[in-house]
Design a protein around this ligand. Structure first.
Ligand code: FAD
Length: 497
């Protein structure tokens, strides 16, 4: 009953990477954290290709890097794409960026059952009270404030808990985000459907690219090909909603037919067999429409990861945005709980930085898709006739730039837009440079200014993780904004103020 409600500083809903990360960073500051997860871990999830910022930055700050390294995940040195006007595949390596050179120039391809489980167990080690098989059913409010949640445990018993902050980290399917107020706005541009399964015995690219993600465009959309071990491969097609009928009927049959339409994937799988048993034995279909909530927080509640926003998976940004937003939210919660910063200032900072990062990736992806604009396939033309144009970019950037939120005055949507105006051209040039060199197909993509911007925050987190408390003060994102504390776990006023 409500009278016997347990009390915590923070309750986190969901034990995926966003939930375990925010819980760990808050527990590290000595606060009492409860994490409620409706499933029993390890549990299946899609989203297997990671970025260096997560592996070295976030995992470093969490103190779980070595454990991740020991897990033996496939090392991802970069990506290979059959994309754009070039008929030949081209690659990029993380090591090409001077920002990521050295021991942190790789990421991993992970079985999410294992990766998410390591992060959640780590939260427990840091003192988080993790309860599995506990589904949150309700967000409790008092006046304007969120004050706790109600949940049902494995036996079906209902409990209530109260907390200073409730973090919604419950992913894209849950409805809890609605309690933060505002609405989920879907991008008109990225409305795709994904269909995916697992194969044993697929071919590998030659070293050092054997661990790369391979993305191949074809008429209906594009494929991912992600090596999860020497023999296991995750294979999925992302098709425009206009081709929704091609993923109807029997999913296994639909996937096989799509593979047959994409010669490069078909060839990589020519000796392979689809896994038909166990967790990987199912062919799954998921709507992967990109969206962003127009409110990421309200007093007493904050949204992180897919609960807040989701982006088309072609650049593997999902787990990065999930864990990065978790770090931002933890800084805001830790600062507000310590009484060092007002709640309004702390969460305005969270909101501005999160939208900024999401906006960078969004714009980058729009440009990336645009590279196929003169490709003679229905898919890419459909994108064009779907009414995508400058005004829509503007509208969405204004949305993700925070114009609809409290800090609209702080985030300069126009500057984000002009920064990315020529991105498609820049990317094309990167690719054609490769063609000219003829040799190894590594592109200077990661050296480009645009990629530098996209990777900026991730790099800063990596530097912070590597240097511990010895960090040069960062610049504020906007006038009057806050900057991370030296340990990276709270916000402080910037030195210039
Ligand atoms: P989740 O991982 O979804 O975790 C949410 C957790 O909350 C779940 O464990 C769930 O059981 C729990 N939960 C839900 N409701 C409740 C409740 N009421 N009470 C308690 N618990 C609850 N990302 C990448 O980085 N790389 C990729 O290659 C990539 N590929 C993708 C391909 C596709 C087709 C799609 C759709 C996504 C892809 N992503 C990828 C994105 C990635 O899957 C997500 O961004 C990531 O899983 C988000 O993490 P999260 O912690 O926010 O949510």
């Amino acid at each position: 009953s409500a009278s016997s409600a347990e009390e915590f500083d923070v309750v986190v809903v969901g034990g995926g990477p966003s939930g375990s990360t925010v819980a760990s960073f808050v527990a590290k500051q000595g606060h009492r954290v409860l994490l409620l997860e409706k499933e029993s871990f390890p549990r299946y999830q899609i989203g297997e290709s990671l970025l260096p910022a997560t592996v070295h930055g976030i995992c470093g700050l969490l103190g779980v890097s070595e454990e991740i390294e020991r897990a033996g995940f496939v090392r991802k040195l970069g990506g290979t794409f059959r994309w754009g006007t070039s008929p030949e595949p081209w690659s990029f390596a993380f090591a090409i960026s001077p920002r990521m050179a050295g021991p942190t120039s790789h990421a991993y391809q992970v079985e999410r059952m294992k990766f998410d489980d390591i992060l959640l167990k780590h939260s427990r080690k840091l003192g988080v009270d993790v309860r599995e098989n506990c589904a949150v059913t309700e967000v409790i409010e008092a006046g304007d404030r969120v004050t706790g949640v109600a949940y049902t445990d494995a036996s079906g018993a209902r409990h209530t808990v109260s907390a200073r902050y409730v973090v919604d980290a419950s992913g894209n399917k849950s409805r809890i985000h609605r309690q933060a107020g505002g609405e989920r706005t879907y991008s008109d541009f990225f409305r795709n459907i994904a269909i995916f399964g697992y194969y044993e015995g697929g071919k590998r690219m030659p070293a050092p690219k054997q661990g790369n993600i391979f993305c191949a465009a074809f008429d209906e959309g594009w494929f991912w090909y992600i090596p999860l071990s020497d023999t296991l491969t995750s294979v999925g097609a992302v098709v425009h909603r206009e081709f929704a009928e091609s993923v109807q009927g029997d999913p296994a049959e639909a996937l096989a037919q799509l593979i047959a339409k994409c010669p490069r994937i078909d060839d990589l799988l020519s000796d392979a067999k689809r896994v038909t048993e166990g967790t990987y034995g199912q062919v799954r279909v998921r709507k992967d429409y990109s969206y962003s909530n127009n409110s990421y927080w309200r007093p007493g509640m904050v949204l992180v990861g897919d609960a807040a926003c989701f982006l088309d998976p072609v650049f593997s940004s999902g787990v990065h945005l999930a864990t990065y937003s978790a770090l931002l939210a933890a800084r805001s919660i830790n600062s507000a709980l310590a009484g060092e910063v007002t709640e309004e200032a702390a969460f305005t900072e969270f909101d501005a930085r999160y939208r900024h990062e999401f906006g960078l990736f969004y714009e980058f992806l729009v440009s990336f898709y645009d590279m196929n604009s003169d490709h003679e396939s229905y898919f890419w033309q459909a994108k064009k006739v779907a009414g995508f144009g400058d005004s829509e970019v503007e509208a969405f950037v204004e949305l993700v730039g925070g114009v609809a939120s409290l800090d609209g005055a702080f985030v300069d949507a126009e500057s984000v837009r002009t920064r990315f105006k020529h991105t498609a051209g820049e990317l094309e040039r990167s690719v054609s440079q490769v063609d000219r060199t003829g040799g190894d197909d590594a592109t200077p993509l990661y050296q480009s200014e645009i990629m530098g911007s996209v990777m900026e925050q991730g790099t800063q987190i990596q530097v912070q993780a590597a240097l511990g408390g010895d960090l040069d003060p960062e610049e504020a994102l906007y006038p009057g904004g806050l900057v991370p504390s030296a340990d990276g776990l709270r916000w402080v006023a910037s030195a210039e103020q």
